[in-house]
Design a protein around this ligand. Structure first.
Ligand SMILES: Nc1ncnc2c1ncn2[C@@H]1O[C@H](COP(=O)(O)OP(=O)(O)OP(=O)(O)O)[C@@H](O)[C@H]1O
Length: 263
């Protein structure tokens, strides 16, 4: 299987300090790569490189094997790299269909004037979210603020897939959710993977990662501390690794952070 997106030896510095130090990763179509790590490990910085928000200080990105640069988030989106943040980026006081099509509204022309095509927006939004198993929402006029956290994440994920995401980056999609809601989002990720999308799932939660991941990469102090496939480590080993990372980060902090990633 060909790798869809890869990052090779990415380094990002801020004022001379390494946020990400020589990190490589790859994600294949129809698979989930879990990016694990404590606060400050470099996860957000790395995904900002993948999504065109930051330019790396050094290193390459490849899409379908070709070296690419994303000078802006828009360029990354147009290449099919879509990022969904923790709260889904949805607007609570807007309806489901308006949220779904925000910035890409469907219109129809009547004479010289363009109008929003609300009926089509409603039916297409409902169809897209119900195809991903979100069947509790049956009225696209419903305000997003009345939906649960998991449903809002689901809406944002369905929107990304509808607009052609080939690589879906999910930034802590389950961390603010209860058990049932997290399960809803994990099921949805499974479905998105089955449709051939490459998923990068950023999380602090080893249980959620183990439930869904095909590959796992643990960042500590801006470096890759471990990189393994499903089944290569037990849940306890992953938990130990992450806990070790936290202890190490604290120790590195106490000692001035000078050996941040060499664990
Ligand atoms: N814009 C910035 N300017 C300066 N330093 C930054 C900037 N963004 C991140 N950093 C630093 O880079 C390091 C990595 O941060 P990053 O936010 O990528 O970690 P993270 O793993 O995403 O953590 P969290 O889970 O808390 O978001 C940290 O030491 C952070 O303070």
């Amino acid at each position: 299987m060909t790798t869809m997106l890869s990052a090779e030896n990415i380094t990002v510095t801020f004022s001379g300090n390494y946020a990400v130090h020589d990190v490589s990763l790859h994600v294949d179509p129809g698979s989930v790569l879990c990016l694990l790590g404590d606060n400050g490990a470099g996860k957000s910085t790395l995904i900002k490189v993948l999504s065109g928000v930051y330019q790396p200080s050094s290193g390459n990105l490849r899409l379908d094997g070709d070296v690419v640069t994303f000078p802006s988030p828009r360029a990354a989106r147009e290449a099919g790299i879509s990022t969904v943040h923790q709260y889904g980026g949805t607007a609570p006081l807007m309806s489901v269909d308006r949220n779904f099509f925000i910035g890409s509204e469907l219109t129809r022309r009547v004479g010289p004037i363009r109008f929003l095509h609300r009926s089509r927006m409603r039916s297409e939004a409902l169809q897209a979210i119900s195809e991903l198993g979100l069947t509790r929402v049956t009225n696209a006029r419903q305000l997003v603020g009345t939906m649960s956290g998991g449903e809002r994440q689901a809406l944002a994920i369905a929107r990304a897939v509808y607009f052609g995401a080939r690589v879906l980056i999910l930034d802590e999609p389950t961390s603010a959710l209860g058990v049932k809601e997290a399960a809803l989002v994990l099921r949805l990720i499974d479905q998105v993977r089955a449709s051939g999308v490459a998923v990068i799932f950023i999380t602090h939660n080893a249980q959620h990662a183990m439930a869904i991941g095909d590959r796992f990469q643990v960042l500590i102090g801006g470096r890759t501390a471990a990189d393994f496939a499903r089944g290569e480590k037990t849940r306890n080993e992953v938990l130990d690794l992450m806990a070790g990372g936290e202890e190490f980060a604290a120790l590195a902090g106490d000692l001035g952070g000078s050996f941040g990633g060499d664990a």
